[in-house]
Ligand binder design. Structure first.
Ligand code: GMT
Length: 389
């Protein structure tokens, strides 16, 4: 093949980490000269403006009175197959197993197995929660086995996949990544003043406010820290646990110190304003927002359950605690915020690790190597990722 491979990408278009990783991967590939075709139910959040080498194909889901709910997965399979044939796609790279890998499998069968390769990237809840639902389990296992390659965003998730689904196929571990030219430390006193006074420390949590994010711990840690120093909490995002979290803040007597603007499309200008990020999830297969915070020079106190252990080194570039160890997390927060020298040191380490190991260019190279391997091609082409950081 003399041209660069053409890649179809399917992901959830919402603000979740899997959609962000998939979109940023597609954009980085496009900057490197690949033809990238997004095949999604809606325009992904970060794809709003025109970009060279990027095409967007919206899945049209037909409804009909006999359907209890429109069969999105089948319309997606059709859109994938048609896009693959029309634009000579070499690879379908699907993000999140359910239902994308199943639709991808159907599309590959329609196009012809030898002509289209299927790569499935597992992101976390597709394995740890959704995929193990009895009604999805056999299908999830089947598509994991049938994909031409499977990647997981952490060693933890790869092990979990093998354990839960009893599969022994190779799973490539390719971590989340961050564009460190966009996510970087920023001193913006005027913006910060909207959320905290100069003598107050600003804590931050950003998520989809699902149960797995352990919002009660965020509030309880914050309340404990608030008892020993002037602090504010910025809660970014929306989801089922948001109201409960605000009610808990009122019960703990800290509601007037919490700002919760709801869903924000762009975390870039907000993350660097914080002094500390809290991510005490019950488990986190990677924890993209923790990495984005680190790139902004914001230390993170994160759960020690899951993939966070693979990029956070406790006491060096952040802190790890069991999700129910509210006291331990509060103690780490108080110690860090009370010692500006230590905070600056941890922030520097966090930024350095984000840049050196998890920048777009480092991780893009791993995906490109995988594509080459799956297509049976030579080594990485020079110049890959030249426009990425
Ligand atoms: O965190 C979520 O619940 C959203 C979810 C998603 O699929 O968008 O995030 C998962 O994928 C991210 C990107 O790979 C990871 O950084 C998150 O850790 C993972 N979430 C969980 O494992 C809970």
């Amino acid at each position: 093949m003399s041209r660069l491979p053409a890649i179809g990408i399917t992901c959830y278009p919402s603000a979740g980490g899997s959609g962000i990783v998939a979109t940023e991967l597609g954009l980085a590939l496009a900057r490197s000269g690949y033809a990238v075709h997004f095949i999604c139910s809606r325009l992904p959040l970060r794809l709003k403006q025109y970009r060279e080498n990027v095409r967007y194909h919206e899945v049209e889901v037909a409804d009909y009175p006999v359907f209890e709910s429109p069969p999105y997965s089948l319309s997606l399979a059709t859109a994938m197959a048609e896009t693959a044939q029309r634009h000579e796609l070499d690879i379908l790279h699907v993000h999140y197993a359910i239902p994308h890998a199943a639709s991808g499998y159907l599309a590959r069968q329609m196009v012809g197995e030898g002509r289209l390769k299927l790569i499935t990237t597992l992101h976390g809840t597709d394995i740890t929660l959704v995929g193990r639902e009895p009604s999805f389990f056999p299908l999830t296992r089947f598509v994991i086995e049938q994909s031409d390659a499977v990647t997981a965003v952490s060693g933890f998730l790869a092990d979990e996949t093998r354990r839960v689904f009893s599969v022994d196929r190779p799973i490539d571990v390719i971590p989340n990544f961050v564009d460190t030219r966009i996510y970087h430390p920023l001193d913006d006193p005027a913006a910060r003043a909207r959320y905290a006074a100069p003598d107050e420390r600003l804590l931050l949590h950003a998520s989809n406010f699902r149960e797995v994010k352990n919002l009660p711990a965020v509030i309880d840690v914050f309340a404990r820290v608030a008892a020993s120093m002037p602090v504010r909490l910025l809660l970014l995002g929306d989801g089922p646990e948001r109201e409960g979290a605000l009610a808990r803040a009122a019960e703990r007597g800290v509601a007037d110190r919490v700002t919760a603007p709801g869903m924000v499309e762009d975390l870039v200008p907000l993350l660097p304003l914080a002094d500390l990020m809290l991510l005490p999830s019950w488990h986190e297969s990677f924890g993209l927002v923790a990495l984005e915070s680190m790139a902004c020079g914001v230390p993170v106190i994160a759960t020690d359950r899951g993939g966070t252990r693979e990029f956070i080194d406790h006491g060096v570039n952040g802190y790890l605690h069991p999700p129910d160890d509210v006291e331990g997390m509060a103690a780490s927060a108080v110690a860090l915020l009370g010692d500006p020298h230590q905070r600056a040191h941890v922030a520097d380490e966090a930024r350095r690790d984000a840049v050196e190991t998890y920048g777009t260019r480092c991780v893009l190279k791993k995906y490109v190597e995988l594509y080459d391997r799956v297509l049976g091609q030579g080594s990485v082409r020079p110049g890959i990722g030249a426009n990425a950081s």
